[in-house]
Write a protein that binds this ligand. Structure first.
Ligand SMILES: Cc1ncc(COP(=O)(O)O)c(C=O)c1O
Length: 394
């Protein structure tokens, strides 16, 4: 890979934070609290280890790349139930397992971004702030990431009307995230309809990262497949799902991509060459998790409790709002990097500066700079303690 492409991959936000804080010890006498990565701490349901043990003979086989019929069927059943899809709208051949949505997103870009579109380097649209894998996978393909600002003014989602026609013409792939990381915004049915219509009009792939779909406050977020079904077609659309957040199983490495048969076929071709595959025992446990719903509402209640705590401790400070989805706080603290440093040195609390999740504008300003992202993942007493320290120190 060229040096230029390496440089454009970007500074991984977690590495960058580690570099920022490395010279400084955390505040003395306090237990360090890490609210940086979105790693659920609840742990998966208790039945998972039993299935892994029962299916242990499968460790002796290469993972079935295209997925077992049972795994794919479980995903189809879940999608159909969760999004009230018409029977047959999504079939098991329209599912490919992924070790997580991260790997699925990355492989998708490799699969669908051509070398050129209309004779130029293709554009890949991504929200800004963005999950860092969107940018890296765009750059790896040789495409041009185009950052669409998702600010308070735009409802924390990209303004679809603000994308220039010429950019849309040159677009090969659009990564959308709903509920979004870090702001927890949820795309409405109308918004998704419009995004799908653009994908079809300009012939690009719309990839909707729905890995937070089951972590919501009041209303289940509408899904890309659901909106596509209402248009009577699945063309140009894929969605990505994961057990990392829904079932608190990030270590299982299990998710899937689903959608348009043409896109899925191309995706599978790339995975067959370079994918890690999802091991047989993991696929068996995952199928059981997708079929099991009783553990999901208590998971949502857990995060609701953490947002209750945030509401109580932060009130209306730092532009606090209760997001409709996800489990992050996106707080306007004036200078996110200075705040992250101060919180570490004076309160032993680790949070991510918002500017590490955003690309700067051509004039060098960065609308993420004033923010910090706080991952609400720890048990309530720990989260409450962290929030108390944040409120006290900032
Ligand atoms: C927006 C978003 N997409 C994808 C992922 C990847 O999750 P996983 O690969 O565990 O499914 C994450 C993880 O934090 C995320 O925040």
């Amino acid at each position: 890979m060229s040096q230029d492409r390496h440089a454009r991959l970007g500074y991984n936000p977690f590495r960058r934070l580690a570099d920022l804080l490395a010279p400084y010890p955390p505040a003395a006498g306090l237990e360090p609290l890490r609210l940086t990565a979105g790693d659920p701490t609840l742990g998966p349901p208790a039945f998972v280890p039993g299935i892994l043990a029962r299916e242990s003979a499968l460790w002796g086989d290469y993972p079935p790349t295209e997925g077992t019929v049972d795994f794919r069927q479980a995903c189809v059943e879940w999608l159909t139930r969760r999004y009230n899809l018409p029977a047959g709208f999504i079939g098991e051949r329209q599912i490919v397992p992924a070790p997580g949505s991260r790997e699925g997103l990355f492989m998708l870009a490799l699969a669908v971004v051509p070398e050129q579109k209309h004779g130029a380097r293709p554009a890949i649209l991504l929200p800004n702030p963005f999950y860092h894998v969107y940018r890296a996978s765009s750059v790896i393909t040789g495409g041009d990431p185009v950052f669409l600002d998702a600010t308070r003014e735009t409802g924390f989602l990209p303004d679809l009307d603000a994308i220039p026609e010429a950019t849309l013409q040159g677009t090969a792939l659009f990564f959308l995230c709903s509920p979004s990381n870090p702001q927890g915004a949820v795309a409405s049915r109308e918004y998704l309809e419009r995004a799908i219509a653009l994908a079809r009009r300009y012939d690009f792939v719309l990839a909707i990262d729905e890995c937070y779909a089951e972590i919501y406050d009041q209303t289940p977020p509408v899904g890309g497949l659901e909106v596509a079904a209402a248009t009577g077609s699945i063309a140009n659309v894929v969605v990505l799902h994961s057990l990392s957040k829904r079932s608190s199983a990030p270590g299982l490495r299990s998710g899937f991509i689903a959608g348009s048969p043409e896109i899925i076929k191309r995706h599978l071709q790339v995975v067959e060459y370079g994918g890690a595959g999802v091991p047989g025992p993991v696929q068996a446990a995952s199928a059981a998790l997708w079929r099991e719903e009783s553990h999901v509402p208590p998971t949502r209640d857990f995060y609701r409790g953490l947002f209750d705590e945030a509401e109580r401790v932060l009130g209306n400070r730092f532009g606090f709002y209760r997001p409709p989805g996800g489990f992050f706080l996106w707080l306007d603290v004036g200078d996110g990097e200075a705040a992250a440093l101060k919180l570490w040195r004076e309160a032993a609390v680790r949070v991510l500066p918002g500017g590490y999740l955003t690309a700067p504008a051509p004039d060098g300003t960065n609308h993420g700079d004033p923010y910090i992202r706080v991952a609400m993942i720890h048990p309530r007493p720990i989260t409450a303690e962290a929030l108390r320290r944040i409120a006290e120190v900032l």
